[in-house]
Write a protein of this length. Structure first.
Length: 274
C-alpha cells in the first residue's frame, strides 16, 4: 500500500465532474486530516453534494483521483468503498420506520457481518447482537428508547439513530450530509454534541449549512463556489475572508460572531458575580 501523504486519510487530486458542458466540480484538491472534523460549505449550487457523490462513488469523476489511506479508490464501486470504511450516513440509515430502534441497529450490525439476507430466518442471530446494539444506542443517548418504534422518535433522535446505524459498520471516515437540516434549536444542539462525541478516534467530513454548528465543530473548513475551492482554513480565517462573506456568509457570519460575543459577555458577567 502507498504510504499516505502526511496524515491525510482522504485526498482528492484535481477532482473534476462535468455534465454535458457544465462543470459541477472543478479541479478540487481536498486534504482531509485524520481525526479531524472537516466541514464543506458554500452557497446552493456550489458543488458540495456532487463532491460527496464522487467520494462515495455514486458518481464517477470526469477526471482526477481520489485517495483513501494512500490507496487510489477512484475506480472502485460504492459497496467496495463502504467496505474500506468510507460511509455516508444515508447509506445505512434506519430504513425500517415500523421496527424498533434496537431492531434497526441490529440489522445494521448484521450488514457488517455480511448475513443481512438471513435475518428474518432466525431470531437467535439477531439476539446475539443485542449487547453490541445496546452499547451503540448508549453511545448516542438512545438506550432508553431501544424498544420505541422508530417512527415515533423526534427528528433529532432519528438522526441520532442514523448515526448509530452508521457506527455499527465501524466507519473510519464518516460523511455527514447536512446532519442538522430542518431541525429546531434543541435538536441541533443534541446532534451537534453527538457529532462531537462520536468524532473521537475517527474522521468526519460534513456538509453543513448551519454556520453556528460549523463554528463549534469544524477543525478545518473548505469553502466551495461554483464547483471550485474558494478558500480553506479554520473558522476564524474563513469567516474573515471578504470573498467568503460576499459569496456565502454575509449576515450569517455576523450572527455567529454576535452569538459568540454574547456568550463571552455572559461568561464575564458570571465571573464578576462569583
Amino acid at each position: 500500500m502507498t504510504q499516505p501523504t502526511q496524515d491525510f486519510i482522504l485526498e482528492t487530486r484535481n477532482l473534476t465532474k462535468a455534465f454535458k458542458g457544465f462543470t459541477a466540480v472543478d479541479d478540487v484538491n481536498l486534504n482531509i486530516t485524520r481525526g479531524h472534523i472537516h466541514a464543506l460549505i458554500g452557497p446552493n449550487g456550489a458543488g458540495k453534494t456532487t463532491v460527496f457523490n464522487l467520494l462515495t462513488k455514486f458518481l464517477q469523476p470526469t477526471s482526477g483521483q481520489i485517495l483513501f489511506n494512500g490507496d487510489d479508490i477512484t475506480k472502485m464501486e460504492p459497496a467496495a468503498i463502504a467496505r474500506k470504511g468510507v460511509i455516508r450516513s444515508f447509506q445505512i440509515s434506519a430504513v425500517f420506520p415500523h421496527l424498533t430502534v434496537l431492531e434497526n441497529v441490529r440489522i445494521a450490525l448484521q450488514r457488517k457481518e455480511g448475513n443481512s439476507f438471513h435475518f428474518w430466518k432466525s431470531e437467535k442471530i439477531l439476539n446475539r447482537l443485542n449487547q453490541r446494539a445496546l452499547e451503540l444506542l448508549d453511545s448516542v443517548g438512545l438506550e432508553s428508547f431501544a424498544n420505541t418504534t422508530t417512527v415515533d422518535l423526534s427528528y433529532g433522535r432519528k438522526r441520532a439513530l442514523e448515526i448509530a446505524t452508521t457506527l455499527a459498520v465501524e466507519p473510519e471516515l464518516m460523511l455527514l450530509d447536512e446532519p442538522t437540516q430542518g431541525m429546531g434549536h434543541e435538536d441541533v444542539g443534541l446532534v451537534s454534541d453527538l457529532i462531537k462525541k462520536v468524532s473521537k478516534d475517527r474522521t468526519i467530513l460534513m456538509v453543513e449549512h448551519n454556520l453556528h454548528v460549523v463554528s463549534k465543530l469544524a477543525d478545518r473548513i473548505t469553502v466551495l463556489q461554483r464547483g471550485a475551492i474558494l478558500t480553506e482554513g479554520n473558522y476564524e480565517s474563513v469567516s474573515a475572508d471578504p470573498r467568503v462573506r460576499e459569496a456565502y456568509m454575509g449576515t450569517a457570519a455576523d450572527e455567529v460572531e454576535q452569538e459568540k460575543a454574547e456568550e463571552e459577555r455572559k461568561e464575564q458577567v458570571a465571573e464578576v458575580a462569583s
